[in-house]
Design a protein around this ligand. Structure first.
Ligand code: SF4
Length: 430
């Protein structure tokens, strides 16, 4: 089965692997049956002296050397399979990272993961230059793993009560894309416009709409957005204590993924680990004193120091503005925020999750700055935060659970998302 690939149209987004080995050290790589067969034929078990892959609660994964990352990672940062047998011999997930491939109609949409440092930096060759290798990988899936490309349904859930067709979805995401990419406005204005439109949609009676009327409504709402924050009406209230508590719970869910070594602990250690996790979760909810340690890094900071961190000054905001623009385009215009890319969630629920993720990025960025003893955000803090959030978004079972949907439902009331985003703003208003 050969399907053309759709490359994300994200202005100024580039990527080339810079060999930092972050993915080889930190990610858990799932293997297909073909990968396992190939690794067996390549006789790695005897060459390595340890099992090349192991059972994991979520499938068969590449083994790690304790505390060091993938068993194939060489001391010079190269992949041993690649070094000895070439790129084609590597497991499929390694060949494709940091891209993803999902069937969409009669094509395959290429997604982009922002947990790779050179994606966040946009450092390397423009995305369209990767078309040939992505098409070849996609063709290979179509041939070897056709089940991964099962046809997607014609009707797409916009909300629990409304389904739309692909043409309507294209029109809707196209309108959002135009708004997000309009860099004549500040990033804060574009985010606040997005929040306004999404909150009106949250409160609209979906029974009254069909697809074309919904697309018209979104067109109209975006066209009617004020020209700038100054025209935006009433000041935004500070978030309530319970809204802040929910944000910290979401941050905990994003930052506390299970690392490879933790997934392999024996019963006793694993019970102690889980008890520690429960204690950390309680401390996050309380929100005072030292921020509990999270799996994503070893930053040490207090909640009080985090709260004192100020956003990036407008005159230094160009890189952060551009980074957030690319991220929002990848999530919304390239459909990374809903449907098959995001727990099968309806479009509106995915948009709400993306808005909460923006506030969580602001929270993690402040934690980085506080951990480094600074009281002002830097673009690198934002990049680091975005890598944490994007590693878990759509992949952590907890973020796809019913409790996450309930959290979002609560935060869509009383302007919770808007208040949290403003409180954790990444860039100051001019
Ligand atoms: S994280 Fe990105 S840049 Fe680093 S090795 Fe992996 S793909 Fe290459």
């Amino acid at each position: 089965m050969k399907l053309p690939v759709i490359i994300p149209e994200i202005r100024s987004q580039a990527w080339s692997c810079h060999g930092c080995t972050k993915c080889c050290r930190e990610l858990i790589v799932h293997l297909t049956r073909d990968d396992q067969k190939r690794i067996d034929q390549q006789q790695w078990r005897s060459k390595l002296g340890v099992a090349p892959y192991v059972k994991h609660p979520t499938g068969i994964v590449l083994n790690h050397n304790p505390g060091q990352g993938c068993v194939f990672l060489l001391p010079d940062g190269k992949c041993r399979i690649h070094a000895e047998l070439g790129m084609d011999a590597k497991p499929f997930a390694c060949k494709i990272y940091p891209f993803t491939l999902e069937r969409e109609g009669d094509a395959v949409r290429v997604g982009l993961r922002f947990d790779c440092p050179t994606v966040t930096k946009s450092d390397g060759n423009p995305l369209p230059s990767h078309r040939r290798e992505l098409q070849a990988l996609s063709d290979k899936i179509g041939k070897d793993l056709p089940a991964l490309y099962r046809p997607d349904p014609e009707a797409i859930a916009f909300s629990a009560a409304l389904s739309i067709d692909r043409g309507t979805l294209d029109r809707i995401v196209g309108r959002f894309d135009k708004w997000i990419g309009d860099n004549r406005r500040s990033i804060n204005d574009r985010i606040s416009g997005l929040v306004s439109v999404v909150s009106i949609l949250n409160n609209a009676d979906a029974q009254k709409f069909d697809g074309p009327r919904l697309a018209e409504l979104i067109d109209m709402l975006v066209n009617d957005l004020p020209a700038g924050a100054a025209d935006g009406g009433a000041p935004i209230l500070e978030p309530s204590r319970s809204q802040l508590k929910l944000l910290r719970q979401a941050a905990f869910a994003y930052g506390s993924f299970i690392r490879f070594d933790e997934s392999r602990m024996g019963l006793w250690k694993s019970m102690r680990f889980r008890l520690a996790q429960l204690r950390h979760a309680r401390n996050m909810t309380a929100g005072s004193g030292r921020i509990p340690s999270l799996a994503c890094d070893d930053i040490v900071a207090t909640f009080e120091n985090l709260r004192a961190v100020r956003p990036i000054a407008p005159e230094n905001s160009r890189d952060a503005d551009e980074l957030l623009t690319r991220y929002l385009q990848a999530r919304i215009a390239n459909r990374g925020a809903f449907g098959r890319h995001y727990y099968g969630w309806p479009v509106l629920a995915g948009l709400n999750a993306t808005l909460l993720a923006l506030a969580v990025i602001g929270w993690f960025a402040r934690r980085s700055a506080a951990g480094a003893g600074r009281d002002r955000l830097s673009t690198q803090d934002v990049r680091d935060a975005l890598m944490i959030v994007d590693r878990s978004a759509g992949r952590s079972p907890e973020l796809g659970a019913r409790s996450s949907r309930l959290r979002l439902r609560y935060l869509t009331q009383e302007n919770g998302l808007q208040r949290l985003i403003a409180h954790h703003a990444i860039v100051s208003d001019a």
